[in-house]
Design a protein around this ligand. Structure first.
Ligand code: 2AM
Length: 483
């Protein structure tokens, strides 16, 4: 009997929690898993007393679904997704919907969209963020793919998603093809940036201002009541307050060598690929790489000297406010860069992206959730065509208001020898972006000098010329060689 609203394949913890979340919202879910014994285990334990039903084969699962059939997969990214799709296709009818809620690469999602379109099936690749807790009680959901699927899944998706404000769901249609997974990837990159910015603020407080852990925790608690109000600032305060079983703070005992699973790296790779200066995420990834060279750093620390004078002479309270503003301004730059990458990807792939919706999707449920994202949503509501976040009045004024502090923090930090890769790259980006004239005229001249790469004159853009700089290099440009 066709009784289930949706089927879910993949009973690891994310899958199980999403099922229970859907069940809580009144949907009948049919559970399936490659290792079929897990279906019975799940029904007998976590799903006991719920309306969740199980299937012991894909055929049985498909037979239990209302039409159009909706099937969501939460399986290991890569081959497992293709394997299930291949097995499902012969069992489905035109208009049925397959959703991939795993951590797939957006290029795979785009490919699967195209393959399934040719078979009259609708495919959706959805970013799911918020970890196990989010999946159970309200994740951020970022679905993209075949838009015809959206009316059939919108109710389920928006019901189970995190809610903000007056109950707005952190889930909306993102865009075509792999857009949902692309947006999830950028989300993860931004998460790397946010975390590193907080680490730089912590480093300055600890080693320039010499604050103790409880003092720092208080600062972060205060920051969390203002414009920096966010999950990551909140947990940072809690981490700083955390005592180990021996009565000492746990944080300073943790080895300063950062791990990574690669999602930040993929954002940086895309930025390089599409030529967008997403420098802050790039620096955040490299900061983790540098931190992981722990043994080398220990050696280097014995030989490489820093500045002689590192004692702070200014007003501590004022400097703390400067750090807060430096963090806020840098964060604005990071999100500006992230949205620049989204815009470029949209151009590259011909996607129409819902930028305000993306900000709202990240507003709750996920690791980067913050009040700040509400401001980004408002900026896109004011102007859906907004070219660059920095050009919105709210963010422009915010950066103007922060910039003196931002510059002071960077000067003091540099003089004290504190590495601040993300604070500094953010400011360099800001200063680069606001200059109508950069020294790339010299760069073009150099390229033309040694490689006859040609250049344009300011007075004649689009018209490429070559100069014989030395009198003996010839006047043939490299493009003429190529021709
Ligand atoms: P399993 O329980 O049978 O291992 C997370 O690992 C989820 O992805 C699990 O439900 C797991 O199923 C599934 N999974 C991992 N690799 C898979 C594969 N190659 N084919 C099908 N499912 C797979």
């Amino acid at each position: 009997m066709a009784e289930a609203d949706i089927a879910l394949i993949g009973l690891a913890v994310m899958g199980q929690n999403l099922i229970l979340n859907m069940n809580d919202h009144g949907f009948v879910v049919c559970a399936f898993n490659r290792t079929v014994s897990k279906v019975d285990e799940f029904l007998a334990n976590e799903a006991k007393g719920t309306k969740v039903i199980g299937a012991h084969s894909l055929e049985e699962m498909v037979s239990k679904l209302k039409k159009p059939r909706r099937i969501i997969m939460l399986v290991k990214a890569g081959q497992a997704v293709d394997d299930f799709i291949q097995k499902l296709v012969p069992l489905l009818d035109a208009g049925d919907i397959i959703i991939d809620g795993g951590n797939s690469e957006y290029t795979d999602t785009t490919r699967r969209c195209k393959e399934l379109k040719a078979k009259d099936l609708l495919f959706v690749g959805s970013g799911v963020s918020g970890g196990e807790e989010g999946a159970r009680y309200g994740p951020s959901l970022m679905p993209g793919g075949h838009k015809q699927a959206w009316p059939h899944i919108q109710n389920i998706f928006q019901s189970i998603a995190a809610k903000v404000g007056t109950g707005e769901p952190c889930c909306d249609w993102v865009g075509d093809e792999g857009a949902g997974h692309f947006v999830k990837m950028v989300h993860n990159g931004i998460e790397y940036g946010d975390m590193q910015l907080i680490c730089e603020a912590y480093h300055l407080m600890k080693d320039v201002l010499c604050l103790d852990h409880d003092e720092m925790a208080k600062v972060f608690d205060t920051w969390n009541k203002g414009e920096l109000d966010s999950f990551l600032i909140e947990i940072t305060a809690n981490i700083l307050k955390f005592y180990d079983t021996d009565g000492k703070h746990l944080l300073p005992k943790i080895r300063d060598s950062a791990g990574q699973k690669g999602t930040g790296k993929w954002t940086a790779i895309s930025a390089l690929e599409y030529g967008m200066p997403v420098t802050l995420i790039g620096e955040a990834v490299f900061a983790r790489c540098l931190s992981s060279l722990k043994d080398e750093r220990i050696q280097a620390s014995k030989h490489l000297k820093g500045p002689k004078e590192t004692t702070f002479h200014g007003d501590k309270k004022e400097f703390l406010e400067d750090i807060r503003k430096a963090l806020y301004a840098s964060k604005i730059i990071s999100y500006t860069q992230g949205f620049m990458l989204l815009r470029q990807a949209a151009m590259e792939f011909g996607w129409t992206l819902n930028y305000g919706g993306i900000a709202l999707m990240w507003r709750g449920g996920c690791i980067i959730r913050s009040v700040f994202l509400g401001k980004i949503k408002e900026a896109f509501d004011r102007n859906p065509e907004l070219q660059n976040l920095l050009l919105d009045d709210f963010f422009l004024n915010a950066v103007h208001n922060c910039q003196e502090s931002w510059r002071r923090v960077i000067c003091s930090g540099v003089q004290s020898g504190i590495p601040m890769p993300c604070f500094t790259t953010a400011l360099s980006f800001y200063d680069g972006y606001r200059h109508d004239m950069l020294p790339a005229n010299l760069l073009q001249a150099q390229r033309d000098y040694f490689g006859a790469h040609t250049y344009e004159l300011l007075s004649k853009p689009g018209h490429f010329v070559h100069t014989n700089w030395t009198g003996h290099g010839g006047s043939v440009s490299s493009s003429s060689y190529n021709a």
